[in-house]
Design a protein around this ligand. Structure first.
Ligand code: MG
Length: 415
């Protein structure tokens, strides 16, 4: 007899202060349920409505075995498709279905995806400081933990201009985060020069441009960083300038990563087929979940393009677990971004005391040990949600401001 979807619940919780959204799919089989990540931190109510008002009525009574059928059904049901709200909601259901399938098979999800080609997943962590000294202090902390890849920023993504400084912005300028792209490039190149002089080349370094500069500036930066041998330069161009990757690729040897904002496999196709990038930076819930992400990973493998799934703070531990199961099973894995979730007995309190609350709400998440993250071998995604604990940390509704990035003339630029 088939096992069907009996109920769909949404758990909104912010144990670290970041709005997270998790789907719980309850099946007709007593005690059998699955969890999926549907986090879109800045539009969580829209995702919640999408799940409860539209996907739940569509899914009740359907067979949980039919993951691909249900994914396609959800994807085309509204006719207009591929938006961030829709895809994150679909991903919540998709991950929960994979979780359920693993539990039914008594296997972890990576086994269903082809089995593990590696035993642990090397991860990169973030450092960000105002000075080289501060950055080096953070790097040495992570090196002691065994981390061999680090993303280095200084002052976020180059914003934070002093609006009161003469000539820094027009009179009456709008509020926002003002970016001086020329200064950002000069400072970034100098930073990496100093880091390599101090640290040598043993450690792998990543830098995220966050799409904030012009294509010509992206080329200038990528070329200027060549002597410092980055592991990759992330999102040097925005979605609407991807054609420029052809020039970038021809003119620089700096490895390129792109795509956390892409929400459809087709957006990666030309970049992969023409081998214009080295890493796909997919935010798997923005793409629609494990189902499309696994297909894209296999497609990229054929062209020598590697995965570096997006693993930021505004993703629930269920989403991080899904990343790890994909990493374990993908031949063309590159590196995994890991936003700082260690077991509470770790020394992590030094940098972030809120992680304890996150682990209480999400017991069983993959564990970081000496530079690698390991999935546990429980069936499914291997992660639980303490729903009572989750209630202690309600989501919040302030207007999002960090996306108001502006150029020096005061007009908005992509964040
Ligand atoms: Mg990024």
């Amino acid at each position: 007899m088939s096992v069907t979807i009996k109920d769909l619940k949404v758990i909104n919780t912010a144990p670290e202060g970041i709005n997270l959204t998790v789907v719980k799919l309850i099946t007709s089989e007593p005690g059998l349920y699955g969890y999926g990540d549907a986090t879109f931190a800045y539009r969580y109510k829209a995702v919640t409505s999408y799940l409860l008002d539209y996907l739940k009525p569509l899914l009740i009574g359907r067979d949980v075995a039919d993951i691909q059928e249900l994914w396609s059904l959800m994807h085309q049901n509204a006719y207009w498709r591929d938006g961030g709200v829709e895809n994150n909601a679909i991903a919540g259901v998709d991950l929960a279905l994979w979780d359920i399938k693993g539990k039914m098979a008594s296997m972890p999800v990576y086994q269903l995806l082809g089995g593990a080609v590696r035993k642990g997943v090397p991860v990169y962590r973030h450092v960000d400081g105002a000075s080289v000294e501060e950055i080096c202090e953070q790097i040495s902390y992570y090196r002691e933990l065994g981390v061999r890849h680090l993303r280095v920023q200084s002052g976020g993504y180059g914003g934070g201009l002093d609006l009161k400084a003469p000539g820094s912005a027009p009179e009456g300028a709008y509020p926002g985060i003002y970016l001086n792209s020329r200064e950002y490039i000069r400072k970034t190149v100098k930073l990496f020069e100093e880091l390599r002089a101090k640290l040598g080349f043993e450690i792998d370094l990543v830098h995220d441009v966050h799409e904030r500069i012009s294509p010509a500036e992206a080329l200038e930066l990528a070329r200027a960083l060549e002597p410092y041998r980055l592991f990759f330069l992330e999102d040097p161009l925005p979605v609407n300038q991807v054609e420029y990757f052809a020039q970038l690729r021809m003119l620089t040897s700096t490895p390129l990563a792109e795509g956390e904002l892409f929400n459809n496999e087709a957006m990666f196709r030309t970049l992969i087929v023409r081998r214009l990038i080295d890493f796909i930076r997919v935010h798997i819930t923005q793409l629609g979940g494990i189902t499309p992400a696994k297909k894209l990973a296999i497609f990229a493998e054929q062209f020598g393009v590697r995965t570096a799934w997006h693993g930021p703070g505004d993703m629930s531990p269920v989403g991080h677990a899904a990343n790890i199961h994909l990493d374990l099973s993908s031949v063309n894995f590159g590196v995994q971004e890991w936003s700082g979730i260690e077991p509470p007995n770790f020394v992590i309190q030094k940098l972030n005391e809120k992680k304890g609350a996150l682990l209480e709400v999400f017991p069983g998440m993959p564990e970081f040990r000496r530079g690698y993250v390991y999935a546990n071998d429980k069936p499914g995604l291997g992660i639980e949600v303490n729903e009572q604990e989750a209630l202690k940390y309600p989501n919040h509704d302030e207007v999002t401001t960090w996306t108001q990035t502006r150029g020096q003339d005061g007009a908005l630029v992509l964040p």
